[in-house]
Each structure stands twice: as structure tokens, then as C-alpha cells.
Design a protein around this ligand. Structure first.
Ligand SMILES: O=C(O)Cc1cc(O)ccc1O
Ligand SMILES: [Fe+2]
Length: 447
């Protein structure tokens, strides 16, 4: 397959032409755009959003998006609409949860749209606040089917199997250890690449109902570090001029609809704007940590954040745990015991996570996930605690060949019935990870 081309950078105003001269020389809406193209604006923020936050793109396409048949219902498989605790689709629990790698029956026969299942969420797409976390399992490419989400932006994190994502803005290759963001309203189509017969791709999606992902502030870290602006990549414009029947599926108010049209939705010959999809290679992350003592909070590993209206508090922080050196002196080095006022949904993408070394009986295995809800006590398992309390504190590299991720949210994540009761993947003995923690207390008088 040909190597795809990208524009580098984050938050840029990108001008991209699949045919030179396809962007208007002056203004966005000339009387007759070049080459007989139609001009169409896609807004990512209110027209009136402050300039620093305003996002929109102009698409110059063979036919305008409006040229399609009426909407008809589409049966969504396992995507949940309401996250209220008493909704019949919800099974809320304060219990620490861990899942074996999630799977769907018949995953090899499903495409990305039909292979999505909601794990947990909060809030409401109608009032544009909150988030949902989904898993996808798919063995089929979408072919002449496209999808767009009117409910939120989607941060897609492949765990197994490479994806090739065609969008209105061009095509992105997104293998495991890359992530991509496809914003609200952008039509895209997911192809699975290089799968063996009967296999399926798996990954996780963080859907934010409000706002957009942005780079975290760096504060005293300075102008450089964590995810670098130059490492984000946006596809170059690419178009298909084919007149054949396509189905476009739309997630709208958490329901699904579909329409037919007689041409490819990927007919954008040129685009100009800052509302654009992008990908990022997690391996490029510049990981920071303590070089004296102590265990910094994992916010230091934030790749992207979707802020809420409360300063410093996210609808979703996207955090990663890459391979890194630990050198801190007189420090218990793995994650500490803690009770967070945020919800922590983690996924192990590859290798061994340093707080959960015990793989006996399954553990936090690649493809698996965990949820530590608001105030739910958690931390290193008994085996990790024992080992790390006695370890010689020489510089050590942790997580060689591994990558775990976390979606951390200020909202209370309500788990779905599917995730808790029907998936069959909940580890009912997860609580035992901590049951073996020994009592070491020795008050001075008994010493
Ligand atoms: O729970 C977890 O494993 C994630 C996590 C890691 C860490 O180093 C500190 C706090 C935290 O929540
Ligand atoms: Fe945690």
C-alpha cells in the first residue's frame, strides 16, 4: 500500500489541494469555485466562538453533502444512549472493575460501526456535555459505508489490528500505538488492514460530547515536552470521483440513522481550515518524571485533554503510560494507593503495566480494561507492593515494550449492562489483587 502523506502540526490552519489550484485564490465562497467544485463549510465551534477557539474548515467538493436521500433508521448494535443510573441499559457500580480483552460475538464479520459497544459514559449528547467510552471489535472494512457522529468527537485508540481511515479530509493510517481524532460531523470510513481470516481488530474510543481535544498546558515544564505539536499529522486532501451507491450512517442524539447517496462522500478535492482530523504516534511522547524522589501524579503523562468549564478539570484527559526510566530515590516507585475524585478508565494496549504485575489468572492483560470509579480505592496489587517495597532503588526501565492508556474524567462513569453483565469478561476476582496485602504495622512499644 502506498505511504500516505500528512501535514505536520496541531491546531494549524491547513490548506490542502489534491489538484493544484483547487482552493479559491480569494475568499472562501467565490461565485464559481475552481474546477466546478462546490464550496461547503464544516463548523466545529459556534460561528461566534472566540477567535482562539474558533474551528471550521472549508471543503471544495465534487458534490455538496446535502445531496442524499432521506434518513432512515439504522439499528445500532450495542451503543448506549442514556447514562442515567436508572436507565435500563445501565448497571452502575462503585466496584473496582477489570475486564479480560473485550470481544463481540461474530467480531470477524462486523465492521467498525456495527462492532462498537459502549462500556461506560456520563452526561448527555443532547446538551453537549459528558463522554462515552466504547470498545470496537471488527474484522471487516466498511467498503461503501461511511459514518459521522453528530454527538461528539471520537478519539480512536487501536489495540490490535491496523486501521486505514478514509475521511473527507484524506486518509490516515492508524496502527496500534497510534491514535487518531475524528471530530463531530466528519464523514469517515474504517478499513481493517492485514487481518488474517477470522481475526478482528480491537480498540477503544473516547467520545466527548462537548468541546474538542487540545494539548495540555505545560506550565513550569516550559515550551517543550510531552506531546510535541510537530508530531501530530493531518491527512493531505484526497478524493474519489466515483458514482456508485454509498450508505452514510449518522449517530445523532445517541440513536443511529442512515441515508443513501449515489456517489462517494470522499469527494473533497481541496480543503482549508483548522477543523481537521489528525493522528499521533504514542511512541513520540516525551515522557517526564521525577529525577529526585517521589511519584508524580499521572497527569504528567497527558497527551490530549478535553477541558470542562472548570479550570484544570477535564471531561476527558487522555493519558498514557509509556516505557520510561524510574530513578527516584527513597520512593515507592509504582503507582501509589489512592482514591481519586476523577473516574479512571484504563486499557492495556501492550505488555505489562507496572502497578499490576500479577498476571496469574489473567490480570491486566493487553486488550483488557479496568475502571476505578470516583473514590474507588485502588493501587498496586499485593505482589507489586511487596516487590517494590523491597526493590533496590537503582535506575530501572519500566514497561519495556508496553503501553497502557487512561481516559480520566471528572464525570461519574456509569457502566453499561453489556459491559458488566453481558460481555462475560468481567474478572469477578479482581478484588483479590489487594486481598493479600499484609499487615506490617509495628508500633514503637512492640518493636
Ligand atoms: O491507577 C492507576 O494505575 C493510574 C495511576 C498511575 C499513577 O502512577 C498514579 C495514579 C494513578 O491513578
Ligand atoms: Fe488510579
Amino acid at each position: 500500500m502506498p505511504e500516505l502523506q500528512y501535514h505536520r502540526g496541531f491546531g494549524n490552519h491547513v490548506n490542502s489541494e489534491a489538484i493544484a489550484g483547487a482552493l479559491p485564490a480569494n475568499g472562501n465562497t467565490p461565485q464559481r469555485p475552481p474546477y466546478g467544485l462546490y464550496a461547503e463549510q464544516l463548523s466545529g465551534t459556534a460561528f461566534t466562538a472566540p477567535r482562539a477557539h474558533n474551528q471550521r474548515s472549508w471543503l471544495y467538493r465534487i458534490r455538496p453533502s446535502v445531496m442524499h436521500e432521506p434518513f432512515a433508521p439504522y439499528s445500532p448494535p450495542r451503543v448506549v444512549a442514556s447514562f442515567h443510573a436508572h436507565s435500563p441499559e445501565i448497571e452502575a457500580t462503585p466496584q473496582q472493575l477489570r475486564w479480560d480483552p473485550l470481544e463481540l460475538p461474530n467480531a470477524a464479520a462486523l465492521d467498525f460501526v456495527d462492532g462498537m459497544a459502549t462500556l461506560a459514559g456520563a452526561g448527555d449528547s443532547q446538551t453537549k456535555d459528558g463522554l462515552a467510552v466504547h470498545v470496537y471489535c471488527c474484522g471487516q472494512s466498511m467498503h461503501r459505508k461511511a459514518f459521522y457522529n453528530s454527538d461528539g468527537d471520537m478519539l480512536i485508540v487501536p489495540q490490535q489490528g491496523a486501521l486505514r481511515i478514509r475521511t473527507e479530509f484524506g486518509t490516515l493510517d492508524v496502527p496500534p500505538l497510534f491514535i487518531c481524532v475524528v471530530q463531530r460531523g466528519i464523514k469517515f470510513s474504517v478499513d481493517v488492514v492485514g487481518l488474517e481470516e477470522g481475526a478482528f481488530a480491537r480498540g477503544y474510543i473516547c467520545e466527548v460530547f462537548k468541546g474538542h481535544f487540545e494539548l495540555p498546558e505545560l506550565g513550569p515544564i516550559g515550551a517543550n515536552g510531552l506531546a510535541d505539536v510537530k508530531d501530530f499529522q493531518t491527512p493531505v486532501a484526497a478524493y474519489e470521483d466515483v458514482d456508485e451507491e454509498w450508505t452514510v450512517v449518522n449517530k445523532f442524539m445517541s440513536g443511529y440513522w442512515q441515508y443513501k447517496q449515489g456517489h462517494s462522500p470522499f469527494d473533497v478535492v481541496a480543503y482549508s481550515g483548522n477543523y481537521v482530523p489528525y493522528r499521533y504516534n504514542l511512541v513520540n511522547f516525551n515522557t517526564m518524571g521525577s529525577i529526585s524522589y517521589g511519584h508524580p501524579d499521572p497527569s504528567i503523562f497527558t497527551v490530549l485533554t478535553c477541558p470542562s468549564d472548570t479550570p484544570g478539570t477535564a471531561i476527558a484527559d487522555f493519558v498514557i503510560f509509556p516505557p520510561r526510566w524510574l530513578v527516584a530515590e527513597d520512593t515507592f516507585r509504582p503507582p501509589y494507593f489512592h482514591r481519586n475524585c476523577m473516574s479512571e478508565l484504563m486499557v492495556n494496549l501492550a505488555g505489562v503495566y507496572d502497578a499490576k504485575e500479577s498476571l496469574k489468572g489473567g490480570g491486566f492483560v493487553p486488550g483488557g480494561a479496568s475502571l476505578h470509579s470516583m473514590n474507588a480505592a485502588h493501587g498496586p496489587d499485593a505482589e507489586t507492593h511487596k516487590k517494590a517495597s523491597a526493590a533496590e532503588l537503582k535506575p530501572m526501565k519500566v514497561g519495556e515494550g508496553s503501553m497502557a492508556i487512561m481516559f480520566e474524567s471528572a464525570y461519574q462513569l456509569a457502566t453499561t449492562r453489556w459491559a458488566v453483565l453481558e460481555s462475560g469478561k468481567v474478572q469477578s476476582d479482581y478484588w483479590k489483587a489487594w486481598a493479600g496485602l499484609e499487615k506490617h504495622f509495628k508500633p514503637p512499644s512492640s518493636a
